[in-house]
Structures are given as structure tokens and as C-alpha cells.
Design a protein around this ligand. Structure first.
Ligand SMILES: Nc1ncnc2c1ncn2[C@@H]1O[C@H](COP(=O)(O)OP(=O)(O)O)[C@@H](O)[C@H]1O
Ligand SMILES: [Mg+2]
Length: 239
């Protein structure tokens, strides 16, 4: 059974259709690329499946259960986690506390359990200095912290919204390795929104391409990147 399925999912913002009848599915252990020009609806789509926004129409199922209108906290308890394109570390908390939040709220762990889970996840991501204030972190460390916080939810489906943005090529490489490891070891379905096509090519088995909220192509990156409609969408966006 697919982990996550959407059927004809749509979201309109007073007239503007940001996501338009999007049907897709995600499987266990799969790394799926979600690409498309700026404003294509990628972030809105992640907001819809994580419950930050409610759809105008359509359906969302997680492991066969209808979650179309379930609140965000319920979805995170079920096993859907995401990072945010606009990162928002809680500045009065340490790195460790920022990560612990994930498991305290959605997993109902006590503080001791949450602390040891958070420490283990940070160790896996090679994120040190957990007592630091978040203002002292590098961009790479902030991105790792965001991923660690999402992982603390113990998700089965994880969405990463432009986590490579702002990283140099060494850091990007490190992040690619990390995402691959997470998907493989935890058999997680990972949805990756990313602008650098080299990263998409290397990281994903399959991509979906959005343009003006519509799914215009789906398949392996090598195939989709040659699709005339996809090329036109990108050229149109750049013009
Ligand atoms: N809260 C909102 N209110 C109105 N319009 C929005 C809102 N959020 C996004 N949009 C619009 O929806 C479209 C898709 O945005 P977004 O999902 O952020 O695209 P992407 O992540 O692919 O760049 C854009 O035209 C954007 O301006
Ligand atoms: Mg976006």
C-alpha cells in the first residue's frame, strides 16, 4: 500500500489556484523529487499534506486512512513530518531543546525520553554543540537541526522544502548523503523540493513536476528533464 496518496487535491487562495487537482502517491523508502518553477505550488502542496493548510477540494490518504481534514498535530502523530522553507528556530531554546520539541509534542515522550532520542538523532546527523543557542549556528547546522526536529517526530513520510538552499557544494554533498541514509535505514518516504537539478538527479528515483499548481510530468529525472512541457515551464519561468 502507498504511504501517502492525494487525489485531485486543490488549493485556491481567493481566485489564485496554487495547487490544481494534484494526484500523486509516495512509496516506502522512496526519494521523490518535487520540482517546478518558483510559484509552481510546491510549498503549498507540502502545507496541504502536512495539515498547515486545508484543501479547497480533493483527498489525502495516509496508509489508507483519510486525513484530508485532519489537524497538523494529528498528521505528525500519524507519521508525516516536514521542514520549512522559511526556517524558524526557536531562539530562546538550545539546539537540543529545538529538536526535543518534535518528540515531546507529537510522540508524547517525557523530557528524559525526548532528550535521549534527540541526542541520538543529532549524533546520527553529526550535529554537535547541542547546548548552544541557535543564533550561533551555521546555515548547515540550522538545516541539520530542522531535519533533526522533523526526525524526532519518528515520521514515515518526510518532506524537505529546499534544505540545500544556501549550502556550498561540500555541504550539499554531505546533505545528499544524509538524506539517502535516512531514506534507506528508516525505510522512509522522502519528498524533496530542490532547485539545483544536479541534486535532484543524484538523489531521487522519481520526480513530479508542478507548473502553476498542475502536475505536468512524472517519472525518472532523466526522462522528465527532456519533456518539452517541462522545458517550456522552466524557460517560461525564467523569461
Ligand atoms: N497564503 C497565501 N495567500 C495567497 N497566495 C499564496 C499563499 N501562499 C502561496 N500563494 C501563492 O500560491 C502560488 C504557489 O506558491 P508556493 O506554493 O509558495 O510555490 P513554490 O513553493 O512552488 O515556489 C504562488 O503564486 C504564491 O504567490
Ligand atoms: Mg516554495
Amino acid at each position: 500500500m502507498s504511504k501517502l496518496v492525494t487525489r485531485e487535491l486543490s488549493k485556491a487562495f481567493s481566485g489564485l489556484v496554487a495547487v490544481n487537482k494534484l494526484s500523486f502517491s509516495m512509496e516506502e523508502g522512496e526519494i521523490l523529487g518535487i520540482i517546478g518553477p518558483n510559484g509552481a505550488g510546491k510549498t503549498t502542496f507540502i502545507h496541504l499534506v502536512s495539515g498547515i493548510l486545508m484543501p479547497t477540494s480533493g483527498q489525502i490518504e495516509f496508509k489508507g486512512k483519510d486525513i484530508t481534514f485532519s489537524p497538523a498535530h494529528e498528521r505528525s502523530r500519524l507519521g508525516i513530518a516536514r521542514t520549512y522553507q522559511l526556517i524558524h528556530p526557536l531562539e530562546n531554546l538550545t539546539v537540543l531543546e529545538n529538536v526535543m520539541i518534535g518528540s515531546v509534542f507529537s510522540r508524547g515522550k517525557n523530557l528524559k525520553e525526548a532528550r535521549s532520542a534527540a541526542e541520538a538523532i543529532c549524533a546520527e546527523l553529526e550535529l554537535d554543540g547541542l547546548g548552544r543557542d541557535t543564533s550561533q549556528l551555521t546555515i548547515l547546522e540550522i538545516k541539520k537541526m530542522e531535519i533533526a526536529r522533523a526526525l524526532a517526530n519518528e515520521p514515515e513520510v518526510l518532506f524537505l522544502d529546499e534544505v540545500m538552499a544556501g549550502l556550498n557544494s561540500d555541504e550539499t554533498r554531505q546533505m545528499i548523503g544524509m538524506v539517502q541514509r535516512i531514506a534507506k535505514e528508516k525505510r522512509m518516504a522522502v519528498g524533496v523540493v530542490e532547485h539545483v537539478m544536479g541534486v535532484i538527479r543524484e538523489l531521487t528515483q522519481r520526480v513530479i513536476v508542478l507548473d502553476s499548481g498542475e502536475l505536468i510530468a512524472e517519472g525518472p529525472y532523466e526522462e522528465v528533464s527532456k519533456n518539452p512541457r517541462v522545458m517550456e515551464a522552466y524557460l517560461g519561468g525564467a523569461a
